[in-house]
Design a protein around this ligand. Structure first.
Ligand SMILES: [Zn+2]
Length: 439
């Protein structure tokens, strides 16, 4: 009846699994797996401890009111759940609890989200709810979670919603590219959020839409954010390497007081450039689409931009800090945004379905400015993107790679070296895990 601790080890099915990284098995994340057992038909008698102070000739009596026992069961919520359907799956048959989950303002939050949540319930032999707990990420606190507890006391059921802090634990993962980044992360059981971060952190080194080769490999150390032992969220990548076309790229997360956190090479050079290489975040959806240079329809001029095919509504971000020079409609471009950066450099985002900024507005690198569409002279949803350097059109990818990197201040070199060393040894461990699982 008790919980059985299960180590969250990676799948052994794929060659490249995930393994939690911890020096000691006791530190490994443990999840409680609870199964309900069928109710016994025979009465259950409470054991009387040998130390019980009984009269000398008393036979051990059968208690008329045996010690109550508890049924534990866990399940996940579903989008179409009602209090009744959820409680039924949890082995609870309790109309009072049903009404409570429907009526109580705190308890109602459990089914208010369409996201699946793990719920633990405890019931007595009459299937009346004694206790119910669930945890979910706190939408207002990136590193927090909320713990709902519904409990029965002498006066009936009551609910409380308690804030908690997510604990970070490191995970190691490895993969090899067969077809696409997402295919390899799926095969290795790596969350999408990690795949996206991987593509973004190496975006100035590797174009994940065009440069990947079969046989490219990567190792990654990332955080799993855990609430009371239950993994709730994926945190950030702490370190990764990516071997693309025989060339190794490495990056490690570093933050220090007064320095915005970011990714750095092991040489201490920031991965952040003045310009992002893509106005669209890498995603499962957009990665499946190509990107191409093409001639502008109806003109003889060579095409002067990059087209990113993407579904209507895909968020568009500005690739660098700047000022919105124009946001509105222009012939051919449809809904279009011009952003002026330093050194008389301008980026153009065209055919938008929606514009999210105003002329004259300041924007920061990566900030949302609008959505992909098909307005103006466009044959289908895509983002037409241009980079103009003093009026001359340039390849945005080349610009992004050429734009200078930020160097770490001299006084932080020491603490960076310590972080980098620690993460590097984890990456080496990841490589060994992969080797072991492949063997
Ligand atoms: Zn175009």
């Amino acid at each position: 009846m008790g919980g059985i601790g299960v180590l969250l080890l990676g799948t052994g099915v794929t060659a490249f699994g995930i393994a939690p990284l911890a020096p000691d098995a006791a530190d490994l994340p443990v999840r409680e797996v609870v199964e309900a057992l069928p109710v016994l038909a025979t009465p259950l008698y409470a054991a009387i401890p040998a130390s019980a102070n009984l009269p000398p000739d008393a036979s051990r009596p059968v208690l008329s009111n045996p010690q109550p026992w508890t049924l534990y069961r866990s399940d996940t919520t579903r989008a179409d759940d009602t209090p009744q359907s959820l409680l039924t799956r949890l082995g609870v048959n309790d109309s009072e609890a049903q009404a409570f989950l429907a009526r109580n303002a705190l308890a109602r939050q459990l089914l208010a989200s369409r996201q699946s949540r793990l719920v633990h319930a405890e019931a007595n032999p009459q299937q009346a709810l004694q206790r119910l707990t669930a945890r979910w990420a706190d939408p207002k606190n990136e590193r927090g979670f909320l713990r709902l507890v519904v409990e029965r006391d002498a006066k009936g059921l009551n609910a409380r919603l308690e804030p908690g802090t997510l604990e970070a634990s490191s995970r190691l993962a490895s993969g090899e590219i067969q077809s696409s980044l997402f295919a390899s992360t799926d095969a290795a059981g790596i969350p999408d959020a990690v795949a996206v971060q991987l593509a973004e952190m190496f975006a100035s080194d590797i174009d994940f839409r065009r440069d990947l080769r079969k046989g490219d490999r990567f190792h990654v150390v990332y955080e799993a954010l855990v609430a009371d032992g239950e993994p709730l969220k994926t945190g950030r990548i702490l370190a990764a390497d990516f071997i693309n076309n025989g060339r190794t790229h490495e990056a490690v997360w570093f933050e220090a007081p007064g320095v915005k956190g970011g990714y750095y090479g092991f040489d201490g050079e920031s991965k952040r450039r003045f310009y992002l290489s893509s106005p669209l975040e890498f995603s499962r959806v957009s990665s499946g689409y190509g990107m191409r240079f093409h001639p502008v329809l109806g003109t003889q001029r060579a095409h002067l931009g990059v087209d990113f095919a993407a579904p209507t509504g895909t968020p568009v971000r500005t690739v660098g800090d700047g000022l919105v020079e124009f946001a509105g409609v222009q012939r051919g471009y449809g809904n279009v945004i011009f952003v002026r950066h330093r050194n008389n450099q301008v980026t153009v985002y065209a055919h938008l379905s929606r514009i999210g900024v105003r002329t004259g507005q300041r924007v920061a690198q990566g900030e949302f400015i609008g959505n992909v569409g098909s307005t103006g002279m466009s044959t289908g949803p895509h983002l037409h993107f241009e980079f103009r350097d003093n009026g001359v059109h340039r390849d945005p990818l080349v610009i992004a790679r050429e734009s200078e990197a930020i160097k770490l201040p001299e006084n932080l070199r020491g603490s960076f070296a310590a972080v980098a060393q620690a993460q590097r040894s984890k990456l080496e461990a990841a490589a060994q895990v992969r080797q072991a699982s492949a063997d």
